[in-house]
Design a protein around this ligand. Sequence first.
Ligand code: TEU
Length: 530
Amino acid sequence: MRIPWWQTAVVYQIYPRSFADSDGDGVGDLAGVTARLDHLAWLGVDALWLSPIFRSPMADFGYDVSDYTDVDPVFGSLEDLDHLVAEAHARGIRVVLDWVPNHTSDQHPWFDASRSSREDPKRDWYVWRDGGGPDRPPNEWAAAFVEPARWTRDPATGELRRQPDATGGTDHTGTAWTWDEGTEQWYLHLFLPEQPDLDWSNPEVEAAMHDVLRFWLDRGIDGFRADVVHMIGKDVGEGLETMPQSDIGKGEAVHALLRRIRTLLDGYEGDRMMVGEVFLLDPAEMATFYGTRDELHLSFNFAPLFTRWRADRWRRRIEESERFVPPEVGWPTWVLSNHDTVRHADRYGSEARARAAAVLLLTLRGTPFLYAGEELGLFDAEVPVDRIVDPGGRDGCRAPIPWTRSSDHGWGPEPWLPFPPAPAEHSLEARRDDPRSILHLYRRLLAARRASPALHRGDVVLLDTPEGVLAYDRVAGDDVRRVVVNFTGEQVAVPDLLAGWWVEVDSGLDGERPAGSALGPDEALVLTRE
Ligand code: TEU
């Protein structure tokens, strides 16, 4: 059976503001990305996902789009994007754009028209309601970002933990409605007031958004990451005002919308792909967004982003992924870090754990998504209060990538955010010079994965282990790999798991691994048969 590229690919997420700066203005840009493509080819990734590069007033750093078919000048031009895509393709690397369908910027011409009068033909492109007049919003729904996410470090384990909240993802403390003085109605915004929600039950909205997809597909883009795509099917009819916010994403409407998007994408040559940001932490609900292989090609499984560094918890994540995304449903995804969450090296509290986690990420059954900088073992930057610019307080994981040891680390004099801790030591230059660095571990893992059908497409079989250890085999016909991960800070003897196997990749520092039958603290191994 022919396997589409996105099933065997490793996707690398670039947050363009923070990746590489070609013009010294302190903000990364497309020409900067193009100039670093050789690094990505050397590393061995198969696809890039660019966080939004469209025209935007940047209230949410690009997730508030004012023109879906043009590049924001801070990142360059359409020609710069065409050039980036051509150069990436020349290296066998595909390019995925970040499409933001749930909301536009309040500066988008569609919203300008919509808010201009109740009679405007685009009034119904957004969600307007009377509520109880200017003092009472239509319902209790809350917007994201009113308070930044809270994380606390567990003194015993060194791990960071996110404070749980009712919605399972976002701190909601302010109303999701803003009163418009001019037309005396409220408009809905599940994120900032600068991000009004579109009404996807309006066929004109759907058609306009399909045109956006076609614009990029015609230009040779390989796929899309669809921002909070589970939210586009809100029942915006009569039921909206009484619907609990936690029901967003659970109705039938979104599935019909996704089937039509899938048909659009599959009508193009070249396996164009959509990965949906389905921010529902229940894997059973998340999995419904694959439909019957007729909705999203891939759906982010975010439960691992909030999973502690414990063998039993990770085993449960793998069992859930296997149970809810079996082959007849679709192909799973794995992700440890992104632009919204404290980096996993920081969450787990050490580079040793980050290295072992990389082994998991790149050997589990599913498409892995790397977040730029994790291959350097970056921790979050400590951003002083007066330099915090993100309404969600997610600045730390968006720190600029340190490319060189030199004092500017390859950036202009003043990057938009401070660097991560110890930037010289974590720089690409330093990591490349050290064959034992985490960078070389990522590269070895990517090469091992590419070379082994078992690793990039085989079944996964969980094995019995002592407490604190996770082990599984990956199997594709005759090709077999074994992965063994020690989640404890102690050496653990696992003679039965290791007998008859050779070490192919070791997350630990080469040569320092306890010989023979034991795993070192927080050590992970990829094994091949003797
Ligand atoms: O994030 C979706 C989302 O639910 C986030 O609000 C998440 O809960 C929060 O960032 C965790 O701290 C997507 C994008 O990834 C994010 O960058 C955007 O700000 C958001 O949508 C709005 O477009």
